[in-house]
Design a protein around this ligand. Structure first.
Ligand code: NAD
Length: 489
């Protein structure tokens, strides 16, 4: 079967009328965009067009916000168990579509099969499950002295999501919002609308009341800006770049809406003296390269004791060189392409400027991987001999690039780890948990994995500094979409 035929199968497998691919979902039904415009969606591995999506505009945004505002009073007034029952049906519907979601994720973002299944789809499902579980235990009302404190849905929530984990990012927002009793207008990333269409099919089938959930794929500069500034939108939850996050916050300020920002990262993996070097380096390389490095929490900076630098570089290069780069549909593939030609250009530009700045490429580089003439592939790249203020150390690359830096003292390791404007994630590897936790407490960052601690879909997720504000996931991700009212009795 040719790749083009495989792509066609992904789309045919959707079993949804072709017209719907050009549609928005507003007020409980599919409709053409006001201007009738569509955009094509490309597979970044094959460069083939694999589908179309709506190219919504301001009129569609108005319709979606109106529908969400109209649906809010009754959705928020439902007892939480009734909202949860609808979302349980969504969960079951997504489970039924798991294989199709995996195929679609491979096709629209180029994630390798295993990564698409585990890191994209299953983790997205785990996040929804954690929201449903957290809702059971949330204090929807409590007594404080003579007051009854009520937690209520915030109103209309605009959710604006990026392309790097399209399914997961959407669930991380709409799961919390819908559980809270907010109504939602979703604008997915332009590059990756297809999984959002599948999710919307599932939500529609689950019998959600009209207007509670609305999907309007469209350009950030048009639909995203219209949502961020809209006076009838009560909360905007944005995941994406720090530059656009600042713009969203500025637009939202005029109407004093709540703003949650999940932005970029430049996270450090700190290996302490006495830690087991080989597994720590291996895991750090794998985390940096996961999803072709297009992970906001990627540990893109590896910090090692100076005495261990050469060994760490050898181990890191060895692991990077054994990563299989190529066709994401094949089970043995570790790295697919990056998301777009623009992203490839951005990543290789960072590598070129780092070299011009005196950095040493330990392995990888800007050449295409052997045998891959098509697709936006970048070789897993390890860079060293970099100054703490070098661009490649300070700026988010969002590609499969890891810098390795030595340090001479714990003080210096902490200073280097905290030495960027970001603070989203990180790792500490120590000879024991206590030593690693002591250093992790000093890191100005939202999440730290200790000696390989696993991702927890119920734990708060979010950034310090320019990595954003607010928290997603679990109880914290529901609270982002709650208002608090006190009745004095
Ligand atoms: P992006 O900022 O370009 O776009 C994100 C979303 O915002 C898209 O839906 C886009 O259409 C929309 N948008 C673009 N311009 C807009 C505007 N002027 N007003 C309103 N909306 C606008 O980011 P991206 O390139 O899609 O994603 C990559 C970035 O996202 C990286 O910086 C990455 O670190 C970040 N990210 C952060 C997290 C996190 O949880 N902290 C998670 C994933 C990705």
């Amino acid at each position: 079967m040719s790749t083009r035929q495989q792509d066609a199968r992904v789309i045919d497998g959707n079993r949804r009328p072709e017209w719907a691919r050009s549609a928005v979902y507003v007020d409980g039904g599919w409709r053409e965009t006001a201007a009738g415009r569509t955009v094509e969606v490309e597979n970044p591995a094959t460069e083939a067009v694999i589908g179309t999506a709506a190219d919504a505009g301001v009129a569609d945004t108005e319709a979606a916000v109106s529908a969400a505002a109209a649906a809010f009073p009754s959705w928020s007034a439902l007892p939480p168990p009734e909202r949860l029952a609808v979302l349980e049906r969504v969960y079951t519907g997504l489970e039924r579509r798991r294989d199709l979601l995996v195929e679609t994720t491979i096709a629209e973002i180029g994630a390798p099969l295993r990564v698409a299944r585990e890191a994209h789809v299953d983790t997205g499902m785990a996040v929804l499950r954690a929201y449903l579980d957290a809702a059971e235990e949330l204090a929807w009302q409590e007594r404080v002295g003579n007051s009854l404190v009520l937690r209520e849905g915030i109103g209309v929530a605009a959710c604006i999501t990026p392309w790097n984990y399209p399914f997961y990012q959407v669930l991380a927002k709409i799961g919390g919002a819908l559980v809270a009793g907010a109504t939602v207008v979703l604008k997915p990333a332009e590059l990756t609308p297809l999984s959002a269409y599948l999710l919307t099919d599932t939500i529609d089938e689950a019998g959600i009341p009209a207007g509670v959930f609305n999907l309007i794929p469209g350009p950030g500069r048009v639909v995203g800006e219209a949502l961020a500034g809209h006076p009838a939108v009560d909360a905007v939850s944005f995941t994406g770049s720090t530059r656009v996050g600042a713009r969203v916050a500025a637009l939202a300020a005029a109407s004093i809406k709540r703003v949650s920002l999940e932005l970029g990262g430049k996270s450090a993996s700190v290996i302490l003296p006495g830690a087991d070097l080989e597994p720590a380096v291996r895991a750090s390389v794998e985390a940096a390269m996961l999803n072709s490095g297009q992970t906001c929490t990627a540990w893109t900076r590896l910090l090692v004791p100076r005495a261990d630098l050469e060994t760490a570089l050898r181990l890191a290069a060895a692991r990077a060189d054994t990563l299989v780069v190529g066709d994401p549909t094949r089970p043995e593939t570790d790295l697919g392409p990056v998301a777009s030609p623009a992203q490839r250009h951005t990543v290789t530009g960072f590598i070129e400027r780092a070299v011009a700045d005196g950095a040493r490429i330990v392995t990888g580089g800007t050449e295409r991987p052997a045998g891959l003439a098509r697709g936006h592939y970048v070789r897993p790249t390890i860079v060293t001999d970099v100054a703490p203020d070098a661009e490649i150390v300070q700026e988010e690359v969002f590609g499969p690039v890891l810098t390795v830096q030595p340090y001479d003292s714990i003080e210096e390791a902490v200073a280097l780890a905290n030495g960027t404007p970001y603070g989203l994630a990180g790792a500490v590897w120590g000879p024991d948990q206590g030593a690693a936790v002591a250093v992790a407490r000093r890191l100005r960052t939202g999440q730290v994995d200790i000696n390989g601690g696993a991702f927890n879909p119920a734990a708060p997720f979010g950034g310090y500094g320019r990595s954003g504000n607010g928290r997603e996931l679990g109880r914290w991700g529901i609270e982002e979409f709650l208002e608090t009212k006190a009745l004095q009795l």
